[in-house]
Design a protein around this ligand. Sequence first.
Ligand code: GDD
Ligand code: MG
Length: 358
Amino acid sequence: MILHDVDAVVLVGGQGTRLRPLTLSCAKPLLPTAGVPFLVHLLSRLREAGVRHVVLGTSYLAETFVERFGDGASLGLELEYVSEPEPLGTGGGIRNVARRLRTPDVLVFNGDVLAGTDLVSVVGAHRAAKADVTLHLVRVPDPRAYGCVPTDEVGRVLAFLEKTEDPPSDQINAGCYVFRREVIEAIPADRPVSVERETFPSLLAAGASIRGHVDGSYWRDFGTPFDLVQGSADLVRGLAPSAALPGPAGEALVLAGAAVAPNAVVIGGTTIGAGCVVSEGARLDGALLFDQASVGAGAVVERSVLGVGARVHAGAVVRDSVIGDRAVVGERCELGSGIRIWPDVVLPACGVRFSAGV
Ligand code: GDD
Ligand code: MG
C-alpha cells in the first residue's frame, strides 16, 4: 500500500512562543533546520509515503507559507492552504480545512514534529481496526510536556490527558493522527477547539473507537531551542529521517556560499548557512547557523542557534543559547545555559559571563 488515497493536513498555525526570538520573524515550521525549512523535512516524509495532496492549516504569518511553497509542485505535492484570521486551535484548525479533504481517511500532523514511524503501518492499523481515530504514540522519559495517552492491551485509547503534572504512563501523543473524515466534519466549526483537550476526550466519552499505534522509531517535537538544535544535528548526522537533507549526512552541513577557515573545527551535526563566515580557530559543535551569520577567530559555539546575520566576535563563547537575527556578541563575551539575545541587540566586548542559571 502506498498512501495515494490519503490526504494529509499539517497544522502550522501556532506562534512558536517557546522559540522566540527566532519566531518573531519566521513561523516555527519555516525555521531553517539542517539547511531547509523544517516543514520540508516533514513534507518529504509524506511524499515518500505516497501522499499527494496536503492541506496546510495556517494562521500566524500565514502568507509566508504560500510565498515559500506555492502550489507545492517543487516538492512533488499538491499543496493547499486554509488560513485562520484568528487562531482556531488544533481541533478548530483541522475542522477548518474539512472542505478541502477528498479522501475517506485523513492523516493529520502537528507541523513541528519529525518522526520515523511507518505511516503506511499507521494507516493500515487504523483501517484494520475500523477506528474513528488512530493516534501515533511514543514513549518519552518525561511525559509532562505532552499529551499522555494510556491504552489497553489491544491498543484502545483509555484517556487523553494533555500536559498533566502526574501522567499515569510514559506513552504520549506523537502529534500524528488518522481521522475518518466524518469525525473531522463533526468538530464544531468557527470557534476555537483544542483537539487534545476537547475533541479527543469528548470522542472517548461518546464511545468512539480511538486506537493508539505505538512505535519506537525516531521522534522529536522541534518546539524548543534545545529540540531545534538537537533535532537539526540529528538530521545533519543522518540519525533523523528526511528525504530532504541538502547534502550527504555527516558531522557538518556547509551550505553553498559559506566560507569556513580550514583550521576551524565544525562537528556535532553543525549547519552553516549560505553566506556565513567562520574564522580561523573557531569551534562549532552542534551549532545551527542561519544564513549570513558569522563566528570570529577562536570563538566557540555549542548547541546554539545563530539567527540570520548574527555575529559572534573573536574569542566569545556561546553555549546552549539563541542569538537573534543580526544580534552581535562582542569579543570575549561568554553566554551559557539558555540565554536568548533579541534581534539587533549588541553585546559589547566585555569578557563578562552571562548565564541563565544551572
Ligand atoms: N492552524 C493552527 N491553528 N495550528 C495551530 C494552532 C492554531 O490555532 N495552534 C497550534 N497549532 C499548531 C502548531 O503550529 C503546531 O504545529 C501544532 O499545532 C501543535 O502545537 P504545539 O504548540 O507545538 O503543541 P505542543 O507541542 O505543546 O503539544 C502538542 O504536540 C505534542 C507532541 O509534540 C500536543 O498535540 C500534545 O498532545 C503532543 O504530545
Ligand atoms: Mg509542538
